[in-house]
Design a protein around this ligand. Sequence first.
Ligand code: XMP
Ligand code: MG
Length: 174
Amino acid sequence: MSERIVTMISKEEIAKRVQELGAEISDHYRSNPPVLVCVLKGSFVFAADLARAIDTSVRIDFLGMRSYGEGTESSGVVQITQDLSRPIAGEDVLIVEDIVDTGLTIAHLIDLFRTRAPRSVKVCALLHKPARAKVQVKVDYLGFTIEDRFVVGYGLDFAEKYRNLPYIGVVERS
Ligand code: XMP
Ligand code: MG
């Protein structure tokens, strides 16, 4: 069986949207520099581009998370593999996620961070699949709403492959 990737969102479309998100975020946080929390591994490409599209001071931290299983279904059971390097008490936290699917991961993260007394917690996600929502989460800054297809590229993987594709695509098997 062979796999091929069909482009869903081109690198030019992503670049344009990331610039727009960066401008919105810069305006909102102009007088209060946020902490960008890059959720590893999937968000590493998006967070790197987004950070450079923000023209106000930011701090950047990383949170390692793993959903159990290597399939294409999120189990909703998540494990923290690497915690933040510094406390977030009193900080304005902006979680940078690759994709909000069922919403379980982001809901779990927001609950976890709230126990650490930040001043605010907001979410920026590149992609959102509303068709699969199991819990309602507010995505404050959203790149694209997509249909219910498993996507790869621009940080997103299928069994650890395709993270380095510069665009978002769908895996097709034949
Ligand atoms: P939930 O369902 O908790 O899922 O909102 C969030 C996490 O699940 C992974 N995920 C995907 N990964 N292509 C991927 O490569 C997809 O289409 C996809 N949908 C969900 C991802 O790690 C995300 O953070
Ligand atoms: Mg992820």
